[in-house]
Design a binder for this molecule. Structure first.
Ligand code: SF4
Length: 350
């Protein structure tokens, strides 16, 4: 059976049926609609004011590739300037190839690129070293916990290096729904209380962050990359199979099969979620070491590094964290005089 005509231009044959709306569209009309929706998200949420210098957290993966491409298309209408900031976590056999994709994108799109490395920022710690430290050998289930916290800080450092005023990350609707599920499954009231939202306004001196693809499904992100013929890196991180996120992803896929709107329903429910006053965590204070927003004596990044440097990495995770805060810092693994970063999100990808 021949494809139906595109329901937008009525000239070309449709190349796809949009997962979000069911509309039959040709490739160019789908891409135009996708870009218009991202523009609407940015404008309606007042995410990126004219004149903003925007650092795109670039991983070489599909989400950040699509985000950088779409924002580059929208740059004249938004009146912003773009740069790419990539983080080298130090994951052998994975990150080098992903960074090569980021370098190709920067060259093709003529965007400035800055790469910051965990090893330089965190006293020589790479993710491979963290994995060895946390598991004794091989892959560790807690790798992504460390990586998500450290990457958030590394991205902030990189963005500041290039004089950015805003940070954008490529989280799509599926990522956000997985995070909501994970927070529920862990009973993480603090993160649930922060809700979904399109980002953070820059509390505690941190740069404002936002997620312009937050309402775009993963399927549509892949379709956009396909029709725009974008070059991206698609291999999975060597530590990903151990991540708790994988369980949330599997559950979400099953929910979506029964209820196609489950992903966006979860994203929107997190935005509107209101906790009873007694369940809300106390307002954060400042990390006693770096001045970042922190709900305890040390922010998450300083606590994780403290545990690693003491050779007791699990001290900083879960209940062991209390002991670390009570003991207080012992020597500074890094000494930042700027007080700025918020407590980290649990989202390990950008
Ligand atoms: Fe870091 Fe992502 Fe790899 Fe986890 S899966 S270790 S968060 S890069």
């Amino acid at each position: 059976m021949p494809a139906p005509p595109c329901s937008s231009c009525h000239a070309a044959r449709a190349a796809l049926r949009r997962p979000s709306s069911g509309c039959a569209l040709c490739g160019p009309c789908f891409c135009a609609a996708f870009e218009a929706e991202v523009l609407h998200t940015v404008l309606a949420g007042r995410l990126l004011p004219p004149g903003a210098v925007v650092a795109v957290g670039a991983s070489g993966g599909k989400d950040s590739t699509v985000l950088a491409h779409v924002l580059r298309e929208l740059t004249p209408r938004l009146g912003i300037s773009l740069c790419l900031v990539a983080v080298d976590e130090g994951i052998g056999g994975y990150r080098d190839a992903a960074l090569a994709a980021v370098r190709r994108q920067a060259a093709r799109w003529e965007l400035p690129l800055t790469i910051v490395a965990y090893a330089d920022l965190f006293g020589g710690w790479t993710m491979d070293a963290v994995a060895r430290s946390t598991a004794g050998s091989g892959r560790s289930r807690s790798c992504c916990t460390f990586c998500g916290v450290l990457r958030r800080r590394a991205l902030e450092e990189g963005a500041r290096l290039v004089g950015a005023t805003h940070i954008v990350t490529g989280h799509n609707a599926d990522d956000m729904a997985e995070t909501v599920l994970m927070n529920f499954l862990r009973g993480d009231v603090g993160r649930l209380a922060r809700g979904g939202g399109l980002g953070s306004p820059g509390e505690g001196g941190a740069l404002p962050r936002c997620r312009p693809l937050q309402f775009a499904s993963q399927k549509e992100v892949v379709l956009y990359a396909h029709f725009r013929r974008l070059d991206y890196f698609s291999e999975e991180c060597v530590y990903a199979p151990e991540a708790f996120r994988g369980h949330a992803r599997d559950l979400l896929k099953r929910l979506e099969a029964a209820r196609p709107s489950a992903v966006l329903d979860l994203v929107h429910s997190a935005e509107r979620l209101a906790l009873a006053p007694a369940a809300r965590p106390p307002p954060p204070g400042a990390c006693s070491r770096c001045g970042a927003l922190a709900s305890r004596a040390l922010c998450q990044a300083c606590a994780l590094l403290e545990g690693l440097n003491r050779g007791r990495p699990r001290l900083a995770i879960g209940k062991g964290r209390r002991g670390l805060d009570e003991e207080g810092p012992q020597g500074a693994p890094w000494d930042r005089d700027r007080a700025r970063l918020p407590a980290s999100e649990s989202i390990p990808t950008f």
